[in-house]
Design a binder for this molecule. Structure first.
Ligand code: ZN
Length: 252
């Protein structure tokens, strides 16, 4: 029980740290950064010394399970969709359930419908702000931006993408493309086939399970799964030798 309590505490603290980092600095903390801090935690809180490092690491890794990053760059920067999106969407689902239970034509139904509409608007605005912020960052930093092609992405990710990722991606790419165009940057879309299976260091191909968030190749290359894919995507986008079949026109 004691170990369970400690891991629960660590999990909550790690989650809080990520939320704070995002809120205060617009920055994401990765599981790797948090793992490096485990040593410090142990120094300050000796009770953690009795817990196997592996248990603590698994606890931190669990935070990443089932989550896809909103954006991962080839340089290793990771941007998560803000957690408050999820909370707002849970609220919306609840409001929709309430609406469906109200009697047709009633005043209460009218009120419930207004509430749903308001939440919809709020979520849409939050998401748009987030997309502008991330797009601005990327456009300021990079001359050429290569991303996975939207249409093919839909097919490749349907199993794991829920809500935030799917709903927002088209809008994000549109905003990114517009900002890039006005800043004279180049945006290239590539087909996402095999991008998460190819090692960016040695080029070897190995299928990953959807739950595998880390790319660990026999050649010694260890990266976040999405960062590894981003490196492959960049190479595909810049490599004319792959032919037209690999490259698709970016949306104007
Ligand atoms: Zn490799």
């Amino acid at each position: 029980m004691r170990i369970l309590d400690l891991t629960r505490e660590l999990y909550n603290a790690a989650l809080q740290e990520r939320r704070d980092a995002w809120r205060k600095a617009g920055k994401s903390v990765t599981v790797y950064e948090q793992m490096r801090l485990l040593g410090e935690v142990k120094a300050v809180r000796p009770e953690y010394q009795g817990v196997y490092a592996q248990v603590l690491q698994e606890t931190l890794k669990r935070l990443d399970l089932g989550l896809t990053h909103f954006v991962a760059t080839s340089e290793g920067e990771i941007v998560e969709a803000p957690r408050h999106f999820q909370k707002a969407e849970e609220k919306l689902a609840k409001a929709q359930r309430e609406l469906s239970r109200k009697k047709k034509g009633s005043n209460r139904r009218k009120k419930a419908r207004l509430k749903v509409a308001k939440l919809h608007r709020k979520i849409a605005n939050q998401r748009k702000d987030f997309h502008h912020k991330v797009a601005r960052k990327l456009v300021n930093r990079y001359g050429t931006i290569v991303h996975e092609d939207l249409n093919a992405l839909g097919l490749a990710r349907t199993r794991l993408s829920k809500g935030v990722l799917d709903a927002g991606w088209a809008q994000f790419i549109a905003i990114l493309s517009a900002k890039a165009a006005s800043a004279g940057r180049r945006v290239v879309a590539v087909k996402p086939h095999y991008t998460s299976q190819i090692c960016p260091e040695c080029g070897s191909v190995r299928r990953k399970e959807l739950s595998e968030r880390v790319h660990a190749c026999e050649c010694g290359c260890v990266l976040d799964r999405d960062v590894a894919a981003a490196k492959v995507i960049l190479a595909l986008g810049l490599d004319g030798a792959l032919g037209d079949g690999q490259r698709v026109a970016a949306p104007a």
